[in-house]
Design a protein around this ligand. Structure first.
Ligand code: CA
Length: 243
């Protein structure tokens, strides 16, 4: 991959003279944790039981949306109307009930090594996730001990509009006292990439799910890696180009 060319294209598109990297904004599900297979199972089951056509691939295509937005988007396209509040509430709860029966999700291979490398380069690692479970902080601190400051974790508790809107990433920039040219995003989902790009950020994708990598390029990713491990092993070269 030609990192310099990707960086030049980004700078021209966003009108930045230079990148001055200070922080890396990590998405969580499918980037730091290998949790998407569980989310795909739980969402496709709950939605199908409720009468929606909703495959595992649909879960990946909607990844990053809030639960309510996922249900509403499907309802609009399949039934031509938004879903009732009660339906949204019951489906979200049913999905969480199923998800909670699964074993704890493992860390994504290569994720802790990548965050450690980012920190060792003097950069601030942050998390920007559409997830919002009460145990989120505990899970992050026990799996990535000492790597993320609590103030540098943006979850669905903090923003009204989730991805693909840029709001979660814009809030991360505000929290970190950062300009868009001072941070990059690591995402795995097309809507997450859309959110990062809409916030004006250089967005790197790792295709950790079953989608064609082209959907990540089409969403605006400046670079697409086949895994977090691949990104981790390329980190030194990428960091050199971003400096
Ligand atoms: Ca994700």
């Amino acid at each position: 991959m030609d990192y310099n060319r990707a960086i030049e294209t980004y700078k021209q598109l966003q009108g930045h003279k230079a990148l001055q990297l200070r922080a890396v904004l990590f998405d969580m599900d499918g980037v730091l944790f290998d949790s998407m297979p569980y989310h795909a199972d739980a969402w496709s089951k709950v939605m199908t039981d409720a009468g929606f056509a909703f495959s595992r691939e649909d879960v990946y295509m909607n990844e990053g949306r809030t639960g309510a937005d996922t249900i509403n988007t499907a309802s609009m396209s399949q039934f031509g109307k938004s879903a009732a509040e009660e339906l949204i509430d019951s489906l979200c709860k049913a999905k969480c009930r199923i998800f909670d029966t699964y074993p704890p999700t493992p860390r994504m291979p290569g994720a802790i090594e990548l965050v450690q490398k980012v920190k060792a380069c003097g950069l601030t690692p942050m998390i920007v996730t559409g997830s919002g479970t009460p145990t989120l902080l505990d899970r992050i601190q026990s799996n990535f001990p000492g790597l993320f400051d609590e103030n540098h974790i943006i979850s669905s508790f903090h923003v009204k509009r989730g991805k693909p809107y840029p709001d979660p990433y814009l809030l991360a920039l505000e929290r970190g006292g950062l300009e868009p040219h001072e941070a990059i995003v690591v995402e795995n989902a097309p809507l997450g990439v859309t959110a990062g790009v809409a916030a004006g950020l250089f967005t790197v994708a790792a295709n950790t799910g079953p989608l064609d990598p082209q959907v990540l390029t089409n969403a605006g990713a400046s670079l697409v890696f086949p895994s977090i491990e691949a990104l981790c092993s390329e980190w030194e070269k990428l960091f050199e180009a971003l400096k």
